[in-house]
Design a protein around this ligand. Structure first.
Ligand code: NDP
Ligand code: 8X3
Length: 252
């Protein structure tokens, strides 16, 4: 591989987008540190991917563990060239006043606090080496409001603006920052986690042809392989069967 950035850390690689991204980037010649909470999934992924993938258990809400990076990575893996902030979740689709406080806290802890802390842990090395790339998974939910998105959408709006502000800080450095904001995507555990019910999750994609984790992996691979002078700031992507809805009016 001729790409100057060799080692990629993918958060949330035990399922969905992160799993597909990790496999795709190993195939493209990168060395991948795959993280997540479920160790057995990481071990299975390592078996599938081979020696260029390092399974590394990491809970994004364990801030001591997140802040200990990159020093806690094994020798030979401590130089992280690319960070892919993918780990995240939505919990529930209730109206704001009907939600559980613990669900809001977990979304904020994972999608916002964990994401900024791992970025804080790994960005200084990239800046020092004057080479790197941070790619975060935002969402169309961070751009367009919808009922039940309340805190989830707000965490993704945070990701969007955080990445734009990183780009401002990184002006003059050879470190890129990208937010990828997908819409409806199937083939991952996102809706099972959100709805806590496999049948409801499956019904959510009824009569649709959603994006798939491989589409996201393809997008990440493309953003990464562009020449170093090209920074993709943001990608908003939806399946062809989706569009932004009009504003809602109450006529009752
Ligand atoms: P999945 O539920 O399939 O995967 C989520 C991943 O995040 C899992 O690997 C999970 O690993 C990890 N994760 C969750 N909480 C933690 C935590 N506390 N610490 C470490 N890892 C954690 O979802 P998707 O692949 O669909 O989603 C990936 C990202 O893309 C998320 O940020 C999501 O918000 C975003 N997104 C998803 C869309 C969709 O429609 N699917 C659309 C737009 C954006 P483990 O449980 O093993 O820790
Ligand atoms: C996931 C997309 O529309 O379900 O971030 O919120 S959506």
């Amino acid at each position: 591989m001729t790409h100057p950035l060799k080692t990629v850390l993918v958060t949330g690689a035990t399922a969905g987008f992160g799993h597909a991204i990790a496999l795709r980037l190993v195939k493209d010649g990168f060395r991948v540190i795959a993280t997540g909470r479920r160790l057995e999934r990481l071990d299975a992924l390592a078996k599938e991917a081979g020696e260029n993938l390092l399974p590394f258990q990491l809970d994004m809400t364990d801030l001591d563990a997140v802040k200990a990076l990159p020093g806690s990575l094994p020798q030979g893996w401590q130089q992280v060239d690319v960070l892919i902030n993918n780990a995240g979740l939505a919990l529930g689709l209730e109206k704001a006043w009907e939600t559980k406080p613990a669900d809001w806290e977990q979304m904020i802890a994972t999608n916002v606090t964990g994401l900024v802390e791992i970025t804080r842990a790994l960005l200084p090395g990239m800046v020092e080496r004057n080479a790197g790339h941070v790619i975060s998974l935002g969402s169309t939910a961070g751009i367009y409001p919808y009922p039940g998105a309340n805190v989830y959408g707000a965490t993704k709006a945070f990701v969007d603006q955080f990445m734009r502000n990183l780009r401002s800080d990184l002006l003059g450095k050879q470190v890129r920052a990208t937010n990828i904001a997908p819409g409806l995507c199937g083939g991952s555990e996102f809706s099972q986690v959100r709805l806590g019910d496999d049948a409801k999750a499956a019904a959510f994609y009824d009569k649709t042809k959603p994006l798939l984790p491989e589409d996201i992996a393809e997008t990440v691979a493309w953003v990464l392989k562009l020449p170093p002078h090209v920074n993709i700031n943001q990608i908003e992507m939806m399946p062809t069967c989706q569009a932004s809805a009009g504003l809602a009016v109450d006529r009752s």
